[in-house]
Design a protein. Structure first.
Length: 310
């Protein structure tokens, strides 16, 4: 799944530095693009620019894991405990101790690791406080670490085509999220804390395992685009009508037999996709959706349309 905002931005950036252009640690580099390089691990050279790096693209490689331990992330930085005054090694009897320093990529704002073989995010990702965009789609990620919810500046998260079965209970801490795409996972529920995502505008939950519309959705009042296609919904409940700002709703390819009358509450709705369900009728209240420009009800069991449509 392609992040359009990120893609267009990358086309405009003239300062992308390909992996073959390193000239030394003294070089000021803010963007590194290692896309489609056939890599099996994160290049060590990345950590030569830990103080200036803002954007790192590792998509479409063969990387199976991100560095998990502090030393791996520190690259060439020294081990050992040093005396502040002398700088001498203070390890007893020559024992080597790991210096507790947080992740060095503290300025990273955008991270693209899509289309690799990554199974886990390192817990230390919580130290990348400046991250605003994460594109990690098409990876066998089964869960998010607790530290993930400390990325409080995150505005866009793309984790399509992964193995997620649930989200962390405190996922709602990511209050700046505007775009959340979780298509093609194994999700059945959403955490109640998501009611705190008051800035969320786009939510893609298509091709998961939801049997009913999550109750928490009615509390995300600024939601404009919602995908729930390819799930196992049987009813489109009246609670959907509480989403006054909703413009686009896709619930096609479910098992929906009933659309509640209160769908008329979605007064801003322009696109309603109900294709490939089990509908035998539509509610008259659908005629109250005055802004509706696209209504798809193909591949259902309808025998008549309500007069309100006219």
């Amino acid at each position: 799944v392609c992040c359009l905002e990120m893609t267009s931005k990358r086309k405009l950036i003239g300062r992308l530095v390909p992996c073959r252009c390193f000239r030394g640690e003294e070089e000021i580099v803010s963007v590194l693009d290692y896309s489609h390089c056939g890599l099996q691990q994160v290049p060590k050279e990345v950590f030569n620019f830990e103080r200036t790096l803002e954007e790192l693209y590792l998509d479409a490689n063969q990387i199976e894991e991100l560095p998990k331990v502090t030393q791996a992330l520190l690259g060439a930085m020294a081990w050992g405990v040093l005396e502040p005054a002398t700088g001498k090694n203070n390890s007893p009897k020559g024992t080597v101790l790991e210096l507790e320093i947080p992740v060095v990529l503290v300025n990273l704002r955008e991270l693209d690791i899509s289309k690799n073989g990554i199974q886990d995010f390192p817990e230390n990702i919580k130290c990348c406080k400046c991250l605003t965009i994460i594109e990690a789609s098409v990876n066998p990620v089964s869960k998010l670490p607790d530290g993930f919810t400390q990325l409080l500046n995150l505005t866009q998260l793309y984790l399509n085509d992964a193995f997620l079965e649930f989200l962390p209970a405190n996922f709602g801490r990511l209050v700046k999220l505007r775009i959340l795409e979780l298509r093609e996972n194994h999700l059945k529920t959403l955490p109640k804390s998501m009611h705190k995502l008051t800035q969320l505008e786009r939510l893609d939950l298509g091709n998961n395992e939801f049997s009913e519309l999550p109750e928490v959705l009615e509390q995300i009042q600024n939601l404009k685009e919602l995908w729930m296609d390819n799930n196992s919904l049987q009813v489109l409940p009246g609670s959907i009508g509480k989403l006054k700002q909703l413009v686009y709703l896709d619930v096609s390819k479910n098992r929906i037999e009933t659309v509640d009358l209160d769908i008329s509450g979605c007064e801003g709705l322009e696109d309603l996709l109900l294709s490939s369900n089990m509908l035998q009728q539509l509610p008259d209240s659908i005629g109250l959706l005055k802004r509706l420009t696209t209504l798809k009800v193909d591949d259902n069991q309808l025998t008549i349309l309500p007069n309100a449509i006219g």
